[in-house]
Structures are given as structure tokens and as C-alpha cells.
Design a protein around this ligand. Structure first.
Ligand code: HPA
Ligand code: ZN
Length: 327
């Protein structure tokens, strides 16, 4: 086993964090009060008590309700600064943040308010804690491809504020190929492309994320383990998987952390990374994920810890010179 202190001290990159999922109940209540938004919960404790999820959708319903308190540029700034402060404590030196513009534009919040608040926090975090970061715009897959195209158009005045696009929200029934054209357009624009696939959805969704969307990383991807040919492809091409262990347990992808397939995925040569997904909802930050994973899975030792940290830098979208500086 590896000492918790060593796991915490390792420098790491976080590549799968939904910034709206970093919103802690205390901040949800503070922002609700500041903005005069009514919440269907009486207290922080009552809200936290609702965080008992049975699957992805049961989480998403509460996650979108929590995001309803975000209205002003300052709200997005405050949310992201709270994330960066915790990330710095966890020795996260680089973070690629997902954000969900449609969750906000559907409530009348202009996309520029979202992007500018997050961008100001990125700059401040770099200055205060030396954390580098980038934004990845996610399309909500339960909405239409037309809505994704509208979101892309609305975001283009801020093209230099985000490095890529992703695909999140309800996976089952919304396969990657539903977004083939908008992802093709994003690739033409020189954006990086990633997608959630194989969290609850079948290996076929990972195949179509690779072959139709031509993604550079798979978010989650743990159900690849069910398909030997897919495992070979992912290993041969070193397609990174951004694995989120606490998320998988909280959303009942696995009944217990001891059943998590991360050791098998790593042993098969896949470029896995550890990430927090939605730290405010799933029981912890980046280091909480590392600690819970290594505690429950004694197959993971020092070699795996080093590999996971190295993979996180290799899988990031920073330029080669920056990566060389990290090695
Ligand atoms: N899966 C899909 N959509 C999401 C997630 C997730 O884990 N977190 C936030 N949106
Ligand atoms: Zn996610």
C-alpha cells in the first residue's frame, strides 16, 4: 500500500471536473440568498441529505437544481475560486474545467457572463496558487444537436477562452452519434474534443465517441472492460480515460469501491487518470478520490500511483513544452 501522505503530495492534473459540480451546499445557500432565488430545501443539511443517488439521472436532477442559484459573473467567479483553492491544497497543478452553458442560458444567463466569471477565476488562481487551467465547453446530450449548434455559435465570440468541447448529462438513449455534425464543426474550428461515454452507457457508445466524434479522450469509459476489442484499441492508441472513482460508487456504477475496475483497466495498458467529476456531490475532492481508491484497492501500489499522476499530465491538452517542464 502507498502512504496517504505520498498520494496527497503527488503533483497531479485534474481533467474531469464539472465546475457546477464543485458548488458546495453552503455556497448554494449563500448564492440563493444573495440572488433572491428560492430553494426547495430548508437548510444546508436538508440539501445534503438529498444527495443519495441511485443512478446518473437521480444525481443530474439535483445538480441542475443546485446550479439555479448561479446568475451573475461574480457567482461563477466565486464558485470557481472555491474549487481552485481546494485543488491547490490537493496539489493539483493543472485543471481542465468542464462547464455546461445550456444549464445557464436556458435560465436567461448570457453565455458571456458564465465564461467571463470563470475566466477571471482562472487568472486569479494562476496568480494566487500557480494553478494553470483551461475551459472545456460541454453540450448537454439530453438536448438536441440544434441546441448544441446554437450554444457553439453563442460561444464563438469567446473562442479563445475555451480549448475544447465535451458531451455530458443523461447518457442512456443519447449516444455520441446524435452530435456527429456539431463535433465535426468543432474539430474544424480547431477545438479539442472529448465525450462522456461508457459511464452508464454500453461499450458501443465508446466506439462511436471514438469513430464518429473522433474524441481525444473518453470521460469515464469504465464500461470498456466489457469489450476486449475496445480495450485493445484504447490501449494501442493510448486514448486517455478520465476515471472518477467516487462518482462511480455514488452513482451505483459499482456497489463498492473494492469492485472498481481501475486496476484492471490500468493493467491492460489503458491511460487512466483519477478525477473528482462533481466533488461537492460525490464525497470529495481530487485527493479524496485518490485516497478512497488506493485504500479500497490494495492491487494499486506506488507504481500505479506514479503512472496515474504521469498519465494525468500526458493526457492534458497543454503544449509539449509545458509537458516537458512537468516531467
Ligand atoms: N456524467 C454525465 N453528466 C454529468 C456528470 C457525469 O458524471 N457530471 C455532471 N454532468
Ligand atoms: Zn462527468
Amino acid at each position: 500500500t502507498v502512504s496517504p501522505a505520498l498520494l496527497c503530495a503527488l503533483p497531479k492534473a485534474e481533467l474531469h471536473i464539472h465546475i457546477e459540480g464543485s458548488l458546495e451546499p453552503e455556497l448554494i445557500f449563500a448564492l440563493a440568498q444573495r440572488n433572491g432565488v428560492a430553494l426547495p430545501y430548508d437548510s444546508v443539511e436538508a440539501l445534503r441529505a438529498a444527495y443519495a443517488f441511485t443512478d446518473l439521472q437521480s444525481f443530474l436532477d439535483i445538480y441542475y437544481a443546485g446550479a439555479s442559484v448561479l446568475l451573475k459573473e461574480q457567482d461563477f467567479f466565486d464558485m470557481a475560486m472555491a474549487y481552485f483553492e481546494r485543488a491547490a491544497q490537493d496539489n493539483v497543478v493543472h485543471a481542465e474545467l468542464f462547464f455546461d452553458p445550456q444549464t445557464h442560458t436556458e435560465r436567461g444567463v448570457p453565455i458571456g457572463v458564465v465564461i467571463e466569471g470563470l475566466t477571471r477565476a482562472r487568472r486569479e488562481a494562476q496568480a494566487r496558487w500557480g494553478i494553470s487551467s483551461a475551459l472545456i465547453l460541454c453540450f448537454l446530450r439530453h438536448l438536441s444537436q440544434a441546441s448544441a449548434f446554437e450554444t457553439l455559435e453563442a460561444a464563438l465570440p469567446w473562442r479563445d477562452h475555451f480549448i475544447g468541447v465535451g458531451l455530458d448529462s443523461s447518457e442512456l438513449g443519447h449516444p455520441p452519434e446524435k452530435f456527429a455534425e456539431v463535433f465535426a464543426r468543432c474539430r474544424e474550428l480547431g477545438l479539442h474534443v472529448v465525450a462522456h461515454a461508457g459511464e452508464e452507457g454500453p461499450p458501443a457508445y465508446i466506439w462511436s465517441a471514438l469513430e464518429v466524434l473522433k474524441v481525444e479522450r473518453i470521460d469515464h469509459g469504465v464500461r470498456a472492460i466489457e469489450d476486449a476489442a475496445l480495450m485493445q484499441r484504447l490501449a494501442a492508441e493510448r486514448v486517455p480515460l478520465t476515471v472518477c472513482p467516487l462518482s462511480n460508487v455514488k452513482l451505483c456504477v459499482y456497489p463498492h469501491m473494492s469492485q472498481h475496475q481501475l486496476p484492471a483497466l490500468l493493467a491492460a495498458g489503458l491511460a487512466c487518470t483519477i478525477n473528482s467529476d462533481d466533488p461537492a456531490y460525490f464525497g470529495g475532492t481530487m485527493n479524496a478520490n485518490w485516497l478512497a481508491t488506493f485504500e479500497a484497492l490494495p492491487q494499486l501500489g506506488l507504481a500505479e500511483a506514479r503512472k496515474l499522476a504521469l498519465n494525468s499530465f500526458e493526457a492534458s491538452f497543454v503544449d509539449e513544452a509545458t509537458k516537458a517542464g512537468w516531467r
